[in-house]
Design a protein around this ligand. Sequence first.
Ligand code: PLP
Ligand code: COI
Length: 362
Amino acid sequence: MHASLQTDSLMHPPAYLEGTIMDRADLDFAHLPFAYQKTDANIRYWFRDGVWSEGELTGDEYISLHMAAVCLHYGQEIFEGLKVFERPDGRIQTFRLVDNALRLQRSARKLLMEPVPEDVFCDAVRRVVRANRRFVPPYGSGASLYVRPYEVGVSAEVGVKPSRDYLFLVFVTPVGPYYKAGFTPVRLKVEEQIDRAAPGGVGDVKAGGNYAAGMRATIACKEEGYSEVLYLDVREKEFIDESGSSNFFAIKGDTFVTPASPSILGSITNMSVQQIARDMGMTVEQRPVEVSELPTFQEAGALGTAAAITPVESITYRSTIYTYGKPGVAGPKTTELYKRLTGIQYGEIEDPYGWTEVIEED
Ligand code: PLP
Ligand code: COI
């Protein structure tokens, strides 16, 4: 039994051992949901006795952890999200890979975890993407390969203290748009009862616990027909923070406005779009944004890796619905920002910022 399995696997080696571009995976790339899809390989690094192991590529989707691993009961878990795009010339590229590596390090320091070295992070992403080349959605499908690196504390503990040992793992999955309709305006609802993160907490880093904290708000608002909640600052409930899965921006005349707050995630998409807006001649204001400003916006949107730029057509605050532009149609500034951002991400237009990196084949 065992022998025949081995023979079989030698005759059909897993894709990640072949090192060549395989035929494209048999998927309906133009209609992918934002959901987990099994691929050929993930990559794992263990931090034990003070050193990181070499990365191990494996087709195994499961991990074996001690039942008392710190991540399982004290929540030492941090993650990242980035995308890989196929260009019109068939090559594939990452977007702001190093920024994701640095943010994972910031998250690690905040949760007293071992920071993953930048070169380990970048190498892990390149290797796992190459191993899953056949899952990168073709140029023109509108889809991309989502990369999910995460780190967890794996030492067995019962006392509340940081883990000694860690697992850093990167998996990938081909995805379509985060909000089903893609670049189509969504509706948000201001959430006043449930808080996602507080100023002295960990809302400014990408810790799994923040997402657990926000699920009941997001699920409840989806049941009411909204796409996401918009959180307010915890202290005053006067300022806009962000949504559960992305940063927020608004357009006021020729100004791009986005909240500054100690309890929101520093979005790499937002940083990029601010730069693009400046280069379009717009003024950029990153500052506390009062909820009372809702009636003064001409356009609004969500910003994130998964969400890209998603236009917002309305925001419901208490009993008032504030609408932006014509229903179902993205505003002109949002559309231009979207075209420029995704044009760079897909390699359709030149990247003057050095944000993209072509992943060379083995
Ligand atoms: N805010 C939250 C809570 C997020 O989960 C995300 C997604 O990563 C973002 C903002 C956007 O960050 P980025 O643009 O780096 O993906
Ligand atoms: C991302 O945009 O990459 C995120 O991590 C948000 C997540 C809710 C999908």
